[in-house]
Design a binder for this molecule. Structure first.
Ligand SMILES: *[C@@H]1O[C@H](CO)[C@@H](O)[C@H](O)[C@H]1NC(C)=O
Ligand SMILES: *[C@@H]1O[C@H](CO)[C@@H](O)[C@H](O)[C@H]1NC(C)=O
Ligand SMILES: *[C@@H]1O[C@H](CO)[C@@H](O)[C@H](O)[C@H]1NC(C)=O
Ligand SMILES: *[C@@H]1O[C@H](CO)[C@@H](O)[C@H](O)[C@H]1NC(C)=O
Ligand SMILES: *[C@@H]1O[C@H](CO)[C@@H](O)[C@H](O)[C@H]1NC(C)=O
Ligand SMILES: *[C@@H]1O[C@H](CO)[C@@H](O)[C@H](O)[C@H]1NC(C)=O
Ligand SMILES: *[C@@H]1O[C@H](CO)[C@@H](O)[C@H](O)[C@H]1NC(C)=O
Length: 602
C-alpha cells in the first residue's frame, strides 16, 4: 500500500484526485471492530444505527501510539451520551479513558497512548444514518524529535515553517505551535506558501488551527492542498497543528503571524465645568483598555488625588491643582492635564495618553471640552455649562446685608444699592457692569431707560464702584426712572475679565460707543430681585387686597396712568423691579498670550 501511495506522488494532479476517493486502502477492512497490530494504519469506517464496536491496537514493540480522528461525521442529532467514540489508554475498555469524540467535538482529535496499546469504542444510537469516520494511527518513539517541529512563539510577529521546508515534510509528523501575543491583541496567521497533500476532508495531511492554547476545542479551521488560508484568533492565543501520514509529502508551508491590536477604544471620559469646579470622570474600563492603573494617574499638581469607584473622578476648584488659565480672544480657558506619573508602570504600556481637560468660559456659557491625545491623535467631546452669577440689592454701600424681604418696599427717593456677584473659585476674575437698562416691560421691548451704558453713567443719580474681586456694584435713586407702571425691570450686562490683565475692558471704565465691540453680547442669566414697592403704598396695597382680594398691581387706579416720556418722574404705588443680569464673558484680545498658572492657594 505504501508503494501504491508513493506512485501517486509524481503526477501531482492525478495524485490529488486519486487520494480523494481512493478506496483501495480500506477495502476489506472490517466495519465493526478489529484487533490491529500493524505499525501504522488508516481506517475508513462507516457505521449505521445501534453500533457498539471496539477496536484494539497492540504491538509488542515498546513504543507509543498516536491515534488521529481526522474526519468524523456523527448523526447530527446525536449527543455525547448516545453516540461517541471513547478512547482508552490500554488494552481494553476497562483501561483509563483518554478522551472521547462526539458530534459536538470542536477539534481534530488526536490521542497519544502512554504504552503500546490503545482501545477505542464507537457507539451509535438508533437513528438510521450513515456515520463516517477516518481514523489513522502509528507507533512512534517520543524521544525521536523532528527539527523545526512546533514550539512556543511569543513575539509580536514571527514566521515558522513546516519541518524541512521547502523540501518535503517528513512522514508521521505531528507538530504543535503555540502562539501567544500581548494582552488585548489578536493573532492573524497567513501563509506565504502552503502545499499539503490534498483530499476533500483533509484526512491524510492537514493543518489545524485553534483559537486558544489547547487542541481540545476551539478549532478555527483545517486546511490541506495548495491554498493560501488565513486565520484570525479571537484573543491573543492561537495553536497551529501540522499532522502528516506516511506518504505523499509536499513542500509544506511557510507561515507568518502578526499580532493585531484592536482599534483604540472610544475614550470614555466626561468633563463638567461650573464656575466652582472642574470634574473629570474617567471610566475604569477605558483606563484598563489603555493599560493604565488609576493609582498612577495625576493632574498637573500630583498631590490632587482622584476618588475611585467604578470610575476615577478628579474634582477640584477651577483655580487649583495646577490648572492653567489662558486669556483668549473670545473666552477664558482653564486647562488641566491627566497623565501617567513617572512611577507608573511605563514598560508594559504601549500608548502614552494625555487627557487634556479644558473648561472654556465663553460668552453666555461655559463650554466644556475634553481632549484625549493618543499617539498624536486628538479626540474631544464638548458640552455646555455656564458661570454662576447672581444679583441682589443691599441696604447700604457697605454691601454687607442683602435685602431678603420680598416684596422690597422702598421709600420715595430712596437710594438702592445693587451688587452683581460671580460665584467662582477662580480668585483672579473681575466683574464689570457694562450696561444696565430699566424698562416697564420684562422683555425690554419698546420702552427702555439707560442707567449705565458701556460703563458710562446715563442717569445722574447712578454711582458705580470700582470692580472689586467677584463683585460689580452701583447705586441709584429709585425715583429717577420710576414711572406710572406696575413693574419696573432692570437688566444688566456684565463682563468678566482676568484680573491680572491690567488693560482688560474691566479696568477701563466708561468707554465711548465707537470703541465698543460688545454689541454682540446677549444675556442669559436672569437674577430676579424684588418686587420693589414703595413703603407708603404697602398699607394701601394691603387695604386694597383685603377689600377686593386682587393684587394691588391690577387695581384700576393704576391703569389710568400712562407713560408720557421716560423722564417724567411719577411715583406710583406699586413698583416691582425685576433685575435681569446679563452675563458677558469678557474676552481679552492679545493673541500672543500664553498659559498662565493660577495660584493654587485660593
Ligand atoms: C519501555 O520503555 C520504557 C521507557 O521508554 C521503559 O521504562 C520500559 O522498561 C520499557 N519496557 C520494555 C518492555 O521494554
Ligand atoms: C452536530 O454537529 C453538527 C455539525 O457540527 C451541528 O450542526 C449540529 O447542531 C450538532 N448537533 C447537535 C445535537 O449538537
Ligand atoms: C495599581 O497599583 C497599585 C500600587 O502600585 C497596586 O496596589 C494595585 O494592585 C494596582 N492595580 C491594578 C488593577 O493593577
Ligand atoms: C450659584 O452660587 C450660589 C452661591 O454660591 C449657590 O447657592 C447656587 O447654588 C449656585 N448655583 C449654581 C447653579 O451653581
Ligand atoms: C430726593 O432727594 C434729593 C436729594 O437726595 C432731594 O434734592 C430731592 O428733593 C428729593 N426729592 C423728593 C421728591 O423727596
Ligand atoms: C448663548 O448665546 C447664544 C447666542 O449668542 C444662544 O444661541 C444660546 O442659546 C445662549 N445660551 C444660553 C444658555 O443662554
Ligand atoms: C488683556 O486684555 C486686552 C483687552 O481685552 C487684550 O487685548 C490683552 O491680550 C489681554 N492681555 C493679556 C496679557 O491677556
Amino acid at each position: 500500500m505504501k508503494a501504491l501511495r508513493q506512485i501517486l506522488l509524481l503526477p501531482l494532479l492525478a495524485a490529488l484526485v486519486f487520494a480523494e476517493d481512493n478506496p483501495i486502502e480500506f477495502m476489506g477492512e472490517p466495519q465493526c471492530g478489529a484487533s490491529l497490530s500493524d505499525p501504522n494504519k488508516a481506517l475508513k469506517i462507516n457505521l449505521n444505527s445501534n453500533a457498539n464496536c471496539l477496536w484494539h491496537i497492540q504491538r509488542s514493540e515498546n513504543q507509543t501510539i498516536r491515534l488521529i480522528f481526522s474526519y468524523f461525521k456523527f448523526n447530527p442529532s446525536s449527543s455525547c451520551e448516545t453516540e461517541s467514540i471513547k478512547v482508552y489508554d490500554g488494552p481494553s475498555s476497562n483501561s483509563p479513558l483518554l478522551g472521547q469524540v462526539c458530534n459536538n467535538t470542536d477539534a481534530v482529535p488526536v490521542f497519544q497512548s502512554s504504552s503500546n496499546s490503545l482501545t477505542f469504542l464507537i457507539t451509535t444510537n438508533s437513528v438510521a444514518f450513515t456515520r463516517n469516520f477516518f481514523v489513522s494511527y502509528y507507533y512512534f518513539s517520543p524521544e525521536t524529535t523532528i527539527e523545526n517541529c512546533g514550539g512556543s512563539l511569543t513575539g509580536p510577529s514571527g514566521t515558522f515553517t513546516s519541518p524541512n521546508y521547502p523540501a518535503a515534510y517528513p512522514e508521521f509528523t505531528y507538530c504543535v505551535w503555540h502562539i501567544q501575543t500581548t494582552k488585548n491583541s489578536k493573532i492573524s496567521l497567513e501563509f506565504q506558501d502552503f502545499f499539503l497533500e490534498l483530499d476533500q476532508n483533509c484526512q491524510f495531511d492537514f493543518l489545524a488551527v485553534y483559537d486558544g492554547l489547547t487542541t481540545d476545542t476551539g478549532l478555527i479551521g483545517k486546511a490541506c492542498g495548495v491554498s493560501r488560508p488565513t486565520f484570525e484568533s479571537s484573543s491573543n492565543a492561537m495553536t497551529v497543528v501540522l499532522s502528516t501520514d506516511y506518504a505523499n509529502s509536499y513542500r509544506g508551508f511557510s507561515a507568518r503571524y502578526t499580532s493585531v491590536l484592536p482599534s483604540p477604544p472610544e475614550p470614555d471620559t466626561s468633563l463638567t465645568c461650573s464656575s466652582d469646579r472642574m470634574t473629570i470622570v474617567l471610566s475604569k474600563a477605558y483606563l484598563d483598555s489603555l493599560g493604565y492603573n488609576e493609582t498612577h494617574l495625576q493632574l498637573n499638581d500630583p498631590s490632587c488625588r482622584p476618588v475611585t469607584t467604578d470610575q476615577v473622578i478628579f474634582s477640584f476648584p477651577l483655580s487649583s491643582c495646577g490648572t492653567t488659565k489662558k486669556d483668549e480672544d473670545l473666552s477664558i480657558t482653564y486647562t488641566n492635564v491627566v497623565t501617567i506619573s513617572e512611577s507608573g508602570n511605563v514598560i508594559t504600556r504601549k500608548k502614552i495618553v494625555q487627557i487634556i481637560a479644558k473648561c472654556i468660559m465663553e460668552k453666555n456659557s461655559t463650554l466644556e471640552v475634553i481632549y484625549v491625545t493618543e499617539n498624536n491623535i486628538i479626540q474631544n467631546t464638548a458640552s455646555v455649562g455656564r458661570y454662576n452669577v447672581s444679583m441682589s440689592f443691599y441696604d447700604s454701600d457697605s454691601f454687607s446685608s442683602p435685602v431678603l424681604e420680598s416684596p422690597y418696599y422702598v421709600d420715595l427717593n430712596q437710594t438702592l444699592f445693587a451688587q452683581v456677584s460671580l460665584h467662582s473659585t477662580d480668585p483672579n476674575l473681575l466683574v464689570f457692569i457694562d450696561t444696565c437698562t430699566a424698562s416697564p416691560q420684562s422683555d425690554f421691548g419698546s420702552i427702555t431707560y439707560d442707567l449705565i451704558r458701556s460703563g458710562c453713567k446715563k442717569d445722574d443719580t447712578v454711582v458705580t464702584y470700582q470692580p472689586l474681586e467677584h463683585y460689580g456694584r452701583f447705586r441709584f435713586n429709585a425715583f429717577r426712572f420710576l414711572r406710572r407702571a406696575p413693574s419696573v425691570y432692570l437688566q444688566c450686562d456684565v463682563l468678566i475679565c482676568d484680573s491680572n490683565n491690567e488693560s482688560s475692558r474691566c479696568t477701563k471704565g466708561c468707554v465711548s460707543r465707537q470703541k465698543r465691540e460688545t454689541s454682540s453680547y446677549t444675556w442669559k442669566t436672569k437674577a430676579v430681585v424684588g418686587p420693589i414697592r414703595l413703603k407708603r403704598d404697602r398699607r394701601a396695597a394691603d387695604h386694597l387686597e383685603s377689600l377686593t382680594g386682587t393684587d394691588a398691581e391690577e387695581t384700576p387706579n393704576l391703569q389710568r396712568y400712562s407713560f408720557s416720556t421716560l423722564s417724567v418722574v411719577v411715583l406710583i404705588s406699586n413698583i416691582i423691579i425685576v433685575v435681569a443680569v446679563v452675563v458677558k464673558y469678557h474676552m481679552n484680545c492679545l493673541s500672543g498670550s500664553g498659559y498662565q498658572k493660577i495660584p493654587s492657594s485660593y
